[in-house]
Design a protein around this ligand. Structure first.
Ligand SMILES: [Cu+2]
Length: 275
């Protein structure tokens, strides 16, 4: 009995230990979108909810209309055939579809443009904060390399902090990412922050976000990028400001000690692009 128990526990450990070794954000509880922990994520959620409301309303109206037609057009009703090409039919169809298009798609278009201008593409808002954190992300099959400039504020120098699949940022602080790729098109996605941006070979694409809560959140690749695409998951760890600064200080000091000028593959950073 004891031997069987030992065999079972050693077999179980083969599967369980790798799970314990990998820091993974807790799965989201309940239905719906992942928990929004960002400054501007509510804008996306509002658009999704309002559009969902419109679509549900249209669905209910169509169901009632069809039910009414089924009841009214019963066996006692003489069928009245029509090709739907009369001026009246065309006018009614155009009027209804125009109202739906203008209200539902118009709302999406106008508010998306406003959201981009006021928040998601408003890099000036992020840049003007003196505490802003700048990170370069280099995507490749199948991981995310991230680089922080270190105390000298310059990228590709001795004191750069380079991490793999675990990006740390401070809470309540704008974070600007510049994304590149060494192989194929990837898409850096932060579901809890309602932001994503393509990482394209030969280009540097920016995005920014600001965390409102501390914790561990998923980083995902949102673009199918090859057979091991599923492996491109990472962790975004949001820390209190003092903890983040302590980590950055220590990580940068370690980077200086481990710096190897001849390791050219490690110096993949670029000069920070003006936004
Ligand atoms: Cu990818």
């Amino acid at each position: 009995m004891t031997a069987r128990l030992l065999r079972f526990s050693s077999a179980a450990s083969v599967f369980l230990l790798p799970l314990l070794a990998y820091a993974d954000p807790k799965p989201e509880a309940g239905l719906g979108l992942p928990r929004d922990v960002s400054l501007d994520g509510h804008r996306i959620d509002w658009l999704i909810k309002v559009t969902g409301g419109f679509v549900t309303l249209l669905f209910v109206i169509m169901c009632i209309w069809m039910l009414w037609a089924c009841i009214k057009h019963n066996t006692k009703h003489t069928a009245d055939y029509d090709h739907g090409t009369s001026r009246h039919s065309v006018t009614v169809a155009l009027a209804i579809s125009s109202v739906i298009f203008l209200v539902v798609d118009g709302n999406l278009f106008v508010n998306s443009v406003l959201d981009l201008g006021q928040a998601f593409w408003n890099f000036k808002k992020a840049e003007t904060d003196p505490k802003v954190v700048r990170i370069q992300v280099n995507a490749h099959q199948w991981a995310w390399d991230a680089r922080y400039a270190g105390p000298d504020g310059k990228f590709n120098t001795k004191d750069d902090i380079v991490v793999l699949n675990n990006i740390r940022v401070p809470v309540d602080t704008p974070v600007i990412l510049q994304l590149a790729s060494t192989d194929v098109i990837h898409s850096f996605s932060l579901p809890n922050f309602r932001v994503k941006q393509d990482a394209v070979p030969g280009m540097v694409n920016p995005m920014w976000f600001q965390a409102k809560q501390t914790g561990e959140f998923s980083i995902a690749c949102q673009q199918h990028c090859g057979v091991n695409h599923y492996q491109m998951k990472g962790v975004l760890t949001v820390l209190p400001r003092d903890e983040y600064e302590a980590w950055a200080r220590e990580a940068s000091a370690q980077a200086v000690r481990a710096y190897d000028a001849n390791d050219t593959r490690a110096h993949w950073g670029w000069e920070w692009r003006k936004l």
